[in-house]
Design a protein around this ligand. Structure first.
Ligand SMILES: Cc1ncc(COP(=O)(O)O)c(C=O)c1O
Length: 381
């Protein structure tokens, strides 16, 4: 037997409590029992999203929620500013183009943050823009974008909605939806919510509902109005993923018990230990110091080491699954996920497996230095 450790930024490990909740016998969704579970989950999501806005739950992966934001907020030909610094920002541009929008494309390198001043400039140049789209926590690069500062800028434009992909942000980094003026915020179940994949949640502000009223793009399954109308009657428009929503209730109970601020603080500690551990091995971090998120830590593959072999050896020999780099960074970086159901010793284990792997690959470093550095973070040193 080999014990397995899933250290990827989605899917993430699912706690036994959640798995057991999902294993309960099926119940019908048009019943008071299910309505109570659904409404409790919505309330829990509002707490996690830090919002009083509507939170809609859909049976979809995160991309379904992303697509729904475009289909529900805009009219064909609308100008939309998309700032991208990673794979998921690229997807936002593709979605805008798919829906026939005039995309103002602000492209950054993957290891740069989106600059709020550039958004300000783009809005000044396109005051008719109907939306600004940003990925808060870029999973491909580990970069955290300052959606608080961008929200303060977009707020000044009455007809422009701010759409935030917080798919790997929610539950890992602060996301103060209402305080920061985030009109549409989305997440997916297989991330900070500690669930299997298959469920997405989107929060919709009053300003976004105004945009919805005007929107003329085709939509049916992802028509937010259907979800809202049903939610007002404590139900869903279509057959919901019943087991996932029951599991969500349990995951939210665990998060509420820990306290959302403590959940965020735990992620911040795990991220800091991972970063310090890697740096102690002489490795270079990919994300810039001003924009490092707590969901995932991407690390440059050191010179002379075959990057593809790091995740392969870690998984096959030690049972620790980490993620490789994506697109241009395939084989050049590796990514350690610590988003969701993770504790201090998951990081220690991963750093130990990383050290043993790097030693096998002939990389020279002080054995044990990574673990020692992480321990120091956990001991508050
Ligand atoms: C930041 C971000 N946005 C969007 C997505 C797309 O979500 P999904 O793969 O669930 O469709 C992901 C998935 O990894 C993500 O990390």
């Amino acid at each position: 037997m080999q014990k397995k450790y899933l250290m990827t930024p989605g899917p993430t490990p699912v706690p036994a409590e959640v798995l057991l909740a999902q294993a309960r016998p099926m119940i019908h969704h048009r019943t008071p029992d299910f309505s109570a579970i659904l409404m409790d989950a919505v309330e829990g999501l509002q707490e996690v999203f830090q919002t009083g806005n509507d939170v809609l739950i859909m049976a979809a992966s995160g991309t379904g929620a992303m697509e729904s934001a475009f289909a529900n907020c805009f009219c064909a030909g609308d100008t939309v500013i998309v700032a991208r610094n990673g794979k998921f920002g690229d997807r936002m541009v593709q979605l805008g183009q798919t829906y026939g929008l005039a995309v103002v494309d602000l492209t950054y390198a993957w290891n740069e943050t989106v600059k709020p001043a550039d958004i300000e400039e783009a809005l000044a140049a396109h005051p008719d823009a109907r939306g600004v789209v940003v990925v808060q926590s870029e999973t491909s690069s580990g970069v955290l974008n300052d959606v608080e500062a961008i929200g303060a800028i977009v707020k000044r434009y009455d007809e422009c909605v701010f759409i935030v992909d917080s798919i790997t942000g929610i539950g890992a980094v602060p996301c103060r939806t209402d305080e920061w003026g985030l009109d549409v915020v989305m997440t997916g179940s297989q991330k900070g919510l500690m669930l299997p994949p298959g469920l997405a949640a989107v929060s919709v502000s009053a300003k976004a509902w105004k945009a919805y009223e005007r929107s003329d793009l085709p939509k049916f399954y992802f028509d937010w109005g259907r979800y809202k109308k049903s939610l007002d009657k404590d139900t869903t428009p279509f057959t919901p993923p019943v087991s996932l929503i029951i599991g969500l209730g349990e995951a939210l109970r665990m998060m509420r018990e820990e306290g959302i601020e403590n959940v965020i603080a735990r992620h911040s500690r795990l991220a800091e230990a991972t970063r310090r551990g890697c740096e102690a091995l002489g490795l270079a971090l990919f994300a810039p110091p001003e924009g490092r998120g707590s969901a995932v830590t991407p690390v440059w593959v050191p010179e002379g080491v075959d990057g593809a072999r790091i995740p392969k050896i870690m998984k096959e020999k030690y049972g620790v699954t980490i993620a490789g780099g994506q697109d241009d960074y395939k084989g050049r970086i590796f990514r350690i996920g610590h988003l969701g159901y993770f504790g201090d010793f998951d990081i220690i284990t991963t750093l130990a497996a990383l050290e043993m792997t790097l030693a096998e690959l002939g990389y020279e470093f002080e054995r044990g230095a990574g673990i020692k550095a992480a321990e120091a973070v956990f001991m508050g040193e």
